[in-house]
Write a protein of this length. Structure first.
Lengths: 269, 249
C-alpha cells in the first residue's frame, strides 16, 4: 500500500514536472515567432503554421511510415551502440590495460566527423539501413563506452571489499555492485547517445538517399518548402522527446530514487 | 581448538613489508582486541584474516561456520534502503526474499535500529544510525565470528559507548568470537577478553594481556584503572600512542 502510494506520488511529480518542460518549449516558440515576424514567411514560417503543416503531414498514413522508418533506424542504431559500448566499456573498466589501448581509439573515432563516416558507410553498404546504423554506432558507441568505463573506474572499492568480506565472488560483486554503480553513469550517456542516434539517422538518410525523415527533408529542400522542412524537423524532435521522456527518464528515475531521497523537498530534477 | 588461527602471516605492499611473523589464535566465543600504534598494520591483518586480502606468506585457518565484518566506515550501498542494506549479505547467500526481510528486521532490532527508519536510504540517516545499519548487517548473517576494523573511531564519545555496549550484548547473546581492531585502549578494555598488542613495525606480536572479569560486567572505574596501569607501568603499551602518519596504509 505504502509502496503503491509512493509510486503514484513519483509518477505524479514526474508528470507535473512536464509543465516546466512545456514552459521551455513555449519560450522557444516565442523566440521562433519573433524571428518569423522579423524575417518573414519564406525564411522562417510561423510556429503555428509549422505545427499545422506537421499535422497535415501526419494525417497522411504514409508519413507515419516514413517517421517510423527513421525511428526504427535510430533506435536500432542506438540499441547496437548501447550494447556494444556498454559491453566494451565494462571490459575496459575492469582491465586498465584495455582502457589505455582504447582511449586513443575513442578519441580517433569521436574525432572523425559523422559526415565522413556516412560517406565511407555509403561506399561499404550502399544505400541501405546498414549505412545509417553503422554511422550511429561509430558516433554514439564511443560515448556510451566512455560513460560505462568511467563508471566502472569510479566504483567504490570499499563496497567491493565489504562484499568480499561477506563472501561474494567476482560475479556476484559485478552483478550486485558493479552494474548498479555503472547504471548511474550509463543513463546520462544513453540520453546523449539517443539524441545523437536520431540526429545522425536523419543526416545519414538525407545524404544516403534512403528515405525516412531525412529523405523527406531532402525533398523539401529541393522544393524550397521551408514550412515542410521545419515540420519534418519538428516531427523528428517530437519522436526523440517521446522516446527520451517515455522510456529513458522513467527508467533512470527508478534507478536514482536514493538521490531524490537526499533532497526531501524543493525543486527536483 | 581455536576459531581463528593465523600462523606466520606476512604481507608487503609494493615490496614494503608491513606485516611479518604474525601468529594469533582466537578461541570460540572469545573477543580479542588487537591494538597497536597507528600504521602498524592492524587493519591489513584483519583484512587478511577476513579473506579480503591474500597474505604474501603464512596461512589463515578458520573453524567457525560463518563470519561477518564491520568496517571503520559504514560501507552501505547508497542506492539501497536500510532494510536492503542489512539484507545484502543474505542476498549474496541466496536467501529467499521474505526470509531476507524477516531476518533483516530481526537484526535491525538487535542493533537497536528503529524499524520506522528501515525504508530510509543511507543519505537520510545520521552517522550513528548508519553504523547501526552496518552492525545489523553483520548480525543478520548470524555469524559465529565477527571482524571489527576500528568500527567506532568516527563516532562521538557517548555514541561510541552505546555501540560498544551493543557489541558486548550481541556477543553475549549470539556467542560469537571476534577480532576487534582498535587504537583506543579504553574500548579494548571494555569489550575484550584479551588484548593483543602488535609490534611497532608489524613484525610479530609484541605481547598480550588477559583482562580481568567478563566484558559487560566490568565497572567503569575498574576499566579505567586497568588502562591507567597498562599505560603507566606496563612496557608493552609504551609505544601505543606513537603516530607515524607516513606508515598509515
Amino acid at each position: 500500500m505504502g509502496a503503491a502510494l509512493s509510486r503514484l506520488g513519483r509518477t505524479g511529480s514526474f508528470l507535473w514536472s512536464a509543465w516546466s518542460g512545456l514552459a521551455a518549449l513555449a519560450l522557444l516558440a516565442a523566440a521562433w515567432q519573433a524571428g518569423h515576424e522579423a524575417y518573414g514567411e519564406f525564411i522562417l514560417p510561423a510556429p503555428l503554421d509549422t505545427l499545422a503543416a506537421g499535422f497535415a503531414i501526419l494525417s497522411d498514413p504514409k508519413a507515419w511510415e516514413v517517421a517510423l522508418l527513421t525511428g526504427t533506424r535510430a533506435v536500432e542504431g542506438f540499441a547496437v551502440s548501447a550494447l556494444a559500448g556498454a559491453a566494451l566499456g565494462l571490459a575496459a573498466g575492469y582491465s586498465p590495460a584495455t582502457l589505455r589501448l582504447a582511449r586513443p581509439l575513442v578519441t580517433v573515432l569521436l574525432g572523425v566527423p559523422p559526415i565522413a563516416w556516412i560517406v565511407l558507410a555509403m561506399i561499404w553498404f550502399g544505400s541501405t539501413d546498414g549505412t545509417v546504423i553503422l554511422t550511429i554506432l561509430v558516433s554514439a558507441g564511443p560515448l556510451v563506452f566512455v560513460g560505462v568505463a568511467e563508471g566502472v573506474m569510479t566504483r567504490d572499492r570499499g563496497l567491493d571489499d565489504m562484499a568480499r568480506a561477506f563472501g561474494a565472488g567476482p560475479i556476484r560483486r559485478l552483478t550486485t555492485l558493479g552494474l548498479r554503480h555503472v547504471a548511474a553513469h550509463l543513463f546520462p550517456a544513453l540520453v546523449v547517445a539517443l539524441g545523437m542516434g536520431f540526429k545522425v539517422a536523419v543526416m545519414a538518410e538525407l545524404l544516403a538517399n534512403v528515405g525516412g525523415i531525412g529523405g523527406e527533408l531532402a525533398r523539401s529542400r529541393a522544393n524550397l518548402d521551408v514550412a515542410g522542412a521545419l515540420a519534418w524537423v519538428t516531427i523528428a524532435v517530437a519522436a526523440l522527446i517521446v522516446v527520451e521522456y517515455g522510456i529513458v527518464h522513467p527508467v533512470r528515475s527508478e534507478f536514482e530514487r536514493w538521490r531524490a531521497a537526499a533532497r526531501p523537498w524543493g525543486v527536483k530534477r | 581448538m581455536s576459531a581463528l588461527a593465523l600462523s606466520r602471516i606476512g604481507h608487503a605492499y609494493f615490496g614494503r613489508t608491513v606485516l611479518d611473523h604474525i601468529d594469533l589464535a582466537v578461541a570460540p566465543g572469545e573477543i580479542v582486541a588487537l591494538v597497536g600504534p597507528s600504521g602498524c598494520g592492524k587493519s591489513t591483518l584483519v583484512h587478511i584474516a577476513a579473506g579480503i586480502v591474500e597474505p604474501l606468506r603464512g596461512t589463515v585457518a578458520t573453524r567457525y561456520r560463518r563470519h561477518a565484518m564491520v568496517f571503520q566506515e559504514p560501507r552501505l550501498l547508497p542506492w539501497a534502503n536500510a532494510r536492503d542494506n542489512i539484507a545484502y549479505p543474505l542476498r549474496l547467500s541466496g536467501a529467499p526474499r521474505h526470509e531476507r526481510r524477516a531476518r533483516a528486521e530481526a537484526a535491525a532490532a538487535r542493533a537497536a535500529f528503529d524499524a520506522v527508519d528501515l525504508d530510509k536510504y543511507p543519505v537520510e540517516l545520521s552517522g550513528g544510525m548508519r553504523q547501526r545499519v552496518a552492525i545489523a548487517r553483520a548480525l543478520a548473517v548470524e555469524p559465529d565470528f565477527v571482524f571489527f576494523d576500528e568500527p567506532f573511531t568516527a563516532l562521538d564519545a557517548a555514541l561510541k559507548r552505546r555501540m560498544q555496549d551493543l557489541v558486548i550484548e550481541a556477543a553475549e547473546g549470539a556467542h560469537f568470537g571476534a577480532l576487534f581492531v582498535t587504537h583506543d585502549l579504553m574500548e579494548a578494555a571494555r569489550i575484550a577478553h584479551r588484548i593483543v598488542v602488535l609490534e611497532l613495525s608489524g613484525n610479530g606480536i609484541a605481547g598480550e594481556r588477559a583482562l580481568p572479569g567478563r566484558p559487560g560486567e566490568r565497572e567503569d572505574a575498574e576499566v579505567f584503572a586497568t588502562v591507567q596501569a597498562f599505560l603507566r607501568a606496563d612496557p608493552l603499551f609504551r609505544h601505543i600512542h606513537d603516530v607515524d602518519e607516513r606508515r598509515v596504509a
